[in-house]
Ligand binder design. Structure first.
Ligand code: RNT
Ligand code: ZN
Length: 410
């Protein structure tokens, strides 16, 4: 029996699955290439997140980052979008003269040109509420200091304006994800005040944003490093905020208690929202940003997207950063793991299994769930890569690039 026939035996159309996969956009974060430093002045990362390791070859300039993205993206199958942070503005001679509350589209036009050259599906955007001297006591949108709070509201507004132009430039809406690190290391005296200020700031920021080209999303977190006791933008806060304001929730699967699963949260939100955004990552102990691998939870997330017919509703983005291994390898390997998980989900007899559940035949369901594990997913993946002009093995190319380009960056 051919692979195709093995899948067909379960009523699964292998060719159809490969085609569907090639059309699912994945938004790829620019920040894996330079340890989330950006170009607008920060020399280290702050805000409860951290990259560990000092693998040689970090991209230090726009040129270097573009070079790495070009190479990394050439090894990634499927449809790609580029996810930018505001801190990656190309300020040119305006550096030092304009701050984040004054950024405009022109500082991102070079990125648009680059994304078009790579034939990307579009650009997504993030205001950067960290790595900046105006974070007062580690707080941005929830700051009790009015000039500080206002500065960050203005930054948010500029970001939404930039995003509208980015959306227009590609003819596809731009996801704007709002994540702030605001929180406290130790027991706070007031847990409500900062949340009320955050709510007010978000309302001010979102006033009059371009509904056609911008999809605003809010990303919650359980805690950050050095911010262990309290996070202003918690899950309950943002879910209620998003629901009451008609915007989107972004679920980062590194941002919950280890026994809470984003794969289970996706269908819960799909019952109420038209769209759900994701940061696919891997949480390990305190770190929420290990490189995505082809593991159970990544597959489970993919299954929830596919079997709920939600490929057009769940906006898939990646969010991890590792400086302990070759950064380009990390980028590509994580993106491939997500694609592979989606393919796995597309190749399951989802309809049949749902039917068994609804019929209450849990014996047959377990039997099928166990048997499908042996379907020839690896062969389908190989075929997909071939159709994409790629091979399964890509480490030799990474090593060659490392020797030729990265080693020179000293
Ligand atoms: C941090 C959040 C956030 C960032 C990026 C850089 O915990 O996950 O999404 O990782 O915005
Ligand atoms: Zn995230």
């Amino acid at each position: 029996m051919t692979e195709k026939e093995k899948f067909a035996k379960y009523g699964v159309d292998m060719e159809g699955a490969l085609k569907t996969l090639s059309e699912v956009p994945i938004s790829i974060h620019c920040w894996q290439g330079d340890d989330v430093i950006g170009f607008d002045g920060a020399d280290s990362l702050s805000g409860g997140i951290q990259t560990t390791g000092n693998y040689p070859g970090r991209a230090r300039t726009f040129e270097e980052l573009k070079e790495d993205i070009r190479f990394a993206f050439s090894l990634m199958p499927g449809k790609k979008r580029l996810n930018l942070h505001a801190s990656y503005a190309i300020l040119g001679t305006d550096k030092g003269k304009v701050d984040r509350d004054g950024y405009t589209y022109k500082y991102f036009e070079p990125w648009v040109e680059f994304a078009k050259e790579l034939k990307l599906d579009g650009i997504d955007f993030n205001p950067t509420f960290f790595g900046h001297p105006k974070m007062k006591d580690g707080l941005s949108l929830s700051s009790p200091d009015e000039p500080t709070r206002k500065f960050w509201v203005e930054h948010g507004k500029r970001s939404l304006e930039i995003a509208a132009q980015l959306g227009k430039a590609f003819g596809k809406p731009c996801l704007v994800n709002i994540w702030i690190p605001d929180g406290f290391k130790d027991v706070p005296a007031d847990r409500l005040g900062p949340r009320l200020r955050l709510k007010k700031s978000l309302d001010e920021m979102l006033e009059g944003y371009d509904k056609q080209w911008v999809i605003p999303a809010v990303e919650s977190k359980v805690f950050g490093i050095g911010l262990e006791s309290y996070t202003v933008g918690s899950n309950e806060f943002y879910q209620n905020y998003a629901a009451s304001r008609g915007i989107c929730c972004l679920l980062d699967n590194g941002h919950y208690h280890p026994l809470e699963y984003v794969s289970d949260k996706i269908p819960a939100l799909l019952a109420f929202y038209d769209r759900v955004a994701l940061h696919v990552t891997r949480g390990v102990r305190w770190d929420s940003d290990h490189v995505v691998i082809y593991d159970d939870e990544t597959r489970e997330i993919a299954k929830e997207i596919v079997r709920n017919d939600a490929l057009g509703k769940v906006i898939i983005g990646l969010d991890y950063f590792d400086a302990s291994i070759n950064r380009i390898f990390a980028w590509v390997s994580g993106q491939r793991a997500m694609q592979k998980a989606l393919l796995y989900a597309l190749l399951l007899p989802n309809g049949q299994m749902k039917r068994l559940q609804d019929e209450g035949d849990f014996t047959a369901l377990m039997d099928m769930q166990e048997r499908v594990k042996d379907l020839p997913f690896g062969c389908a993946w190989e075929k997909y890569l071939k159709e994409q002009g790629l091979e399964e093995e890509f480490l030799p190319q990474i090593k060659a690039y490392e020797a030729r380009i990265l080693k020179e960056r000293v």
